[in-house]
Design a protein around this ligand. Structure first.
Ligand code: C5P
Length: 235
């Protein structure tokens, strides 16, 4: 049975051993896990096998951005490895996203969600101006998310602050994956625009990426269970 929780725990660790150790302290019925560039670059595809063997659904967060053929092949390999979710940059454009969606459709029984990154939350207005974009970050997010939907993406990664707007614009079935989530009272860290899990879900998010509030906690599984209980998804 697939996990009932919307929480995806970011396994941001420099080694495979530390990530697997953390995963073993979690529970695949209470969360999914996210493997990003640091972990994947050090551990390679073996980390996917390890985490699958522990029963976790995996979001492979490699944010592919390249020519259409290369990205389509990369997402196809990820889907064949059995990952639950994989992502690409929407700014790679329509042909790149359509080729990727087509590549997944051609796989028998594909269940992998294909998600686009819109504007990185680390970028502000002045960063956009420097790369030739004269829109506010919010306008650019809306433009890229609309393009992602019409290019066959299942959803986008966005700030929970944008979830309400995107859910209204693009419909409730368009999957919104949101980082920058902090349970009430948790350390904000370097995240600037945060929301609690309940606020993000109420705004229209489907999945909540949480790293340090869980992975740096003294008792990660307790924090995770409490967040699920507060959301009312798992008793
Ligand atoms: O520890 P924390 O909860 O801040 O981790 C959030 C995770 O989500 C990290 O893996 C970070 O790279 C990722 N992320 C993010 N903001 C984005 C996209 C991804 O924080 N816009």
């Amino acid at each position: 049975m697939s996990c009932q929780s919307p929480i995806v725990v970011a396994l941001d660790f420099p080694t495979m051993a530390q990530s697997v150790e953390m995963a073993k302290r979690l529970d695949p019925s209470q969360c999914r896990v996210k493997v990003g560039k640091e972990l994947f670059t050090t551990a390679g595809p073996a980390i996917l096998d390890e985490l699958h063997a522990l029963g976790f659904d995996i979001f492979l967060d490699l944010k592919f951005h390249d020519i259409p053929n290369t990205v389509a092949n990369a997402v196809s390999v990820a889907a064949k490895a059995g990952v639950w979710m994989v992502n690409v940059h929407a700014s790679g454009g329509r042909r790149m996203m359509e080729s990727s969606a087509n590549a997944l459709q051609q796989l028998p029984d594909n269940n992998t969600l294909l998600i686009a990154v819109t504007v990185l939350t680390s970028m502000d207005q002045s960063d956009l101006v420097e790369i030739g974009i004269d829109l506010t970050p919010e306008q650019h997010v809306k433009r890229l998310a609309t393009l992602a939907k019409s290019s066959g993406m299942d959803g986008v990664v966005c700030s929970a602050k944008e979830s309400n707007m995107l859910s209204t614009e693009l419909g409730k079935d368009f999957v919104l994956v949101t980082p920058g989530i902090r349970p009430t009272g948790a350390d904000q860290g370097d995240q600037k625009r945060i929301m609690t899990p309940a606020e993000a879900m109420a705004a229209g998010s489907h999945y909540l990426v949480m790293g340090r509030p869980i992975t740096q906690a003294v008792d990660p599984i307790s924090v995770l269970k409490k967040a699920n209980k507060d959301l009312g998804v798992i008793a």
